[in-house]
Design a protein around this ligand. Structure first.
Ligand code: FAD
Ligand code: NAP
Length: 446
């Protein structure tokens, strides 16, 4: 705790850009900004060091994008903080090329992020943003920060970039289960002692996270681990659609096209395009099938059950404290009870609603569903009072920019767009053509 007396003025610094949160989005911003002249940018991260999805850090898990989707390459291929520069620095380029798998493992990607962060003096760990106010006197944002040692700081910023990520989502149907009987995939690897104690584990949800946890549980089952149930509301254990021309729907070209559509149409498309983001990679599906196949040949294994098209509608505990889930089979409407020892909610993530923005809420224009209006350059539509100042969002613009928003491969272009906007010049040249497909009607693409 700080020993600073209450009355002592809080040290104040001034910056062109204050970016909040240091996940891949804002770390990429810091990386690209590090080679732009005359730009004062700081990135504030609450945690003492960079961690990336540690609760899902399976030894063999790999990225869903290849190494070119690193922090910088897709707009600045010769940048000193590229993934290739990292491999070169670590003397691992030859093994990487001989491996001929250009999808880094999740562990390796986190190591790369930490390597890059260590080379960026603009990144400040143990700096939690507690409040953002509008300073009418300076016509800038006043960012209030608490450092890990308790010291308070104030930063005046022309521009903010919010890169605070998402948070684990647990549906109300599961939310009342006791903590000892429920975990979210985000915390799975920290809860292995509960898995080991359970005789029956139930995974709810069939995105990539649920599938990876099921792989782990099936492997454990093969070596004497608990029985496994996998229930999901999704109509099938569906693959992520990563086929080539469909992948063009996750390019900046499609983002630009999508952004110009009426909001109602954008909402319809986001719901229709679930297989571009809510699904399982083919490699993981193959592995699950292989584990099930091997399992069938073995005797004396605990039960395994897979059910799709099943929604969990409520939950309670029985007299022994075991979870009892009320489920609905969606095709027939039939209700049934499901009993288990431990529930793993693989039910995805929701946007983090940063409470620190409450004092500037009145500046943010919203749509009729309460979502912020986000411009093509990822800045929020702000009230006239804040004219000339901007708040950008990274990975909070699914409703405005479409389903590629969380993807790592749009990060470099988004960050270059933000840097071009704040510098008022072409700090980075943006790619003009990113898809062969034309999305607009004839005449509408000019
Ligand atoms: C298990 C998993 C694997 C994924 N793998 C891929 C993949 O392979 N390819 C892909 O394209 N996408 C992937 N994604 C999706 C996406 O790329 C990641 O979720 C990514 O981490 C998003 O980055 P981010 O910077 O938005 O947020 P985060 O990584 O969540 O970082 C946000 C940071 O903000 C900090 N923060 C929050 N509030 C404050 C505050 N008030 N003050 C200071 N700091 C604050 C947090 O501590 C956190 O460090 C994956 C998602 C998951 C869950
Ligand atoms: N290797 C990787 O790169 C990797 C790993 C993990 C995650 N990710 C990414 O992270 C993001 C989140 O993935 P995720 O797997 O955590 O979540 P997700 O894709 O959002 O999947 C959530 C699942 O939970 C189901 N569900 C929600 N509520 C339910 C209920 N009440 N009853 C039954 N089922 C319910 C959903 O069904 P509905 O379909 O009906 O909604 C869906 O199957 C994705 O973009 C993903 O690609 C990437």
């Amino acid at each position: 705790m700080s020993t600073r007396p209450e009355t002592e003025p809080v040290p104040t610094t001034e910056h062109d850009v204050v970016a909040v949160g240091c996940g891949p989005c804002n770390l990429g911003l810091a990386a690209l900004a590090s080679t732009v002249d005359d730009l004062d940018l700081v990135v504030l991260e609450a945690r003492p060091e960079l961690h990336w999805h540690r609760g899902m850090m399976f030894d063999d898990a790999s990225l869903q994008v290849n190494f070119l989707a690193d922090l910088v390459t897709l707009v600045a291929p010769t940048h000193p903080l590229s993934f290739l520069a990292y491999l070169h620095d670590q003397d691992r380029l030859y093994p990487f090329t001989i491996r001929q798998d250009f999808h880094p493992t999740r562990r390796e990607y986190e190591d790369y992020l930490r390597w890059a962060a260590a080379r960026l003096p603009s990144v400040r760990f143990s700096h939690r943003v507690e409040g953002v106010r509008w300073c009418a006197e300076s016509q800038r944002f006043s960012v209030h920060v608490v450092r890990g040692d308790g010291a308070r700081l104030r930063m005046l910023a022309d521009n903010l970039v919010l890169g605070v990520g998402t948070e684990p989502f647990v549906p109300t149907a599961l939310a009342d289960l006791p903590g000892g009987r429920l975990t979210h995939t985000a915390d799975y690897l920290n809860r292995l002692s509960d898995v080991d104690e359970a005789r029956h584990v139930t995974v709810i949800g069939s995105g990539q996270s649920g599938a990876e946890v099921v792989v782990d549980l099936l492997r454990r089952n093969l070596s004497g681990g608990p029985a496994v149930s996998w229930l999901t509301r999704t109509p099938s254990f569906a693959p992520l659609d990563y086929t080539k021309l469909v992948l063009e729907m996750t390019t900046p070209a499609y983002m630009r096209y999508f952004h110009a559509l009426p909001q109602e149409r954008r909402d319809q498309l986001t719901a229709e395009q679930w297989q571009f983001y809510k699904g399982i990679s083919t490699a993981t599906l193959d592995e699950i099938h292989e584990l099930l196949y091997r399992r069938e040949l073995e005797h004396g294994l605990a039960d395994v059950e897979l059910r799709c098209g099943v929604a969990v509608e409520a939950s309670a505990t029985d007299a022994h404290g075991r979870p009892v889930l009320t489920c609905r089979h969606r095709d027939t409407g039939r209700l049934f009870e499901h009993r288990t020892d431990l529930v793993v909610a693989a039910t995805g993530y929701a946007p983090r609603r940063p409470t620190f923005l409450a004092p500037v809420e009145h500046l943010v224009r919203r749509d009729d569903r309460g979502r912020p209006l986000v411009r093509l350059d990822h800045s929020l539509d702000l009230a006239d009072e804040a004219a000339g100042r901007r708040i950008f969002v990274a990975n909070a613009e699914l409703h405005s920019h479409g389903v590629a928003t969380p993807n790592l491969d749009v990060g470099a272009v988004r960050n270059a767009t933000i840097l071009n906007a704040v510098t008022g010049r072409e700090a980075y040249r943006l790619p003009k053509r990113t898809a062969f497909t034309t999305f607009a009607a004839p005449g509408g693409d000019r």
